[in-house]
Design a protein around this ligand. Structure first.
Ligand SMILES: [Zn+2]
Length: 85
């Protein structure tokens, strides 16, 4: 298990992150256990978690109505303009 962030060298602690999964036009937010960098917020998942996320993504693609597995929680909006440098 990692103890330091591979990106910034910050401390990593167990925590929860909200992962955004996009299924076509729908956006699903799922709460996931992860090891989270306290400095930059980068999340590291165990192989088991990655597997579960893949399973979940597969299930979401199979369901006809997203409401079968999810509850609506607010709207997701796409910002009209691109943010350019
Ligand atoms: Zn970091």
């Amino acid at each position: 298990m990692l103890t330091k962030c591979a990106l910034c060298g910050g401390d990593i602690r167990p925590g929860k992150v909200e992962k955004v999964i996009r299924i076509e036009n729908n956006v699903v937010i799922v709460s996931v256990d992860a090891e989270v960098c306290q400095q930059c917020g980068e999340a590291y998942y165990t192989p088991k978690t990655v597997e579960k996320l893949q399973e979940m993504r597969k299930k979401l693609k199979e369901v006809i109505k997203i409401e079968e597995l999810c509850i609506p929680t607010g709207q997701t909006y796409l910002y009209k303009k691109e943010i350019e440098a």
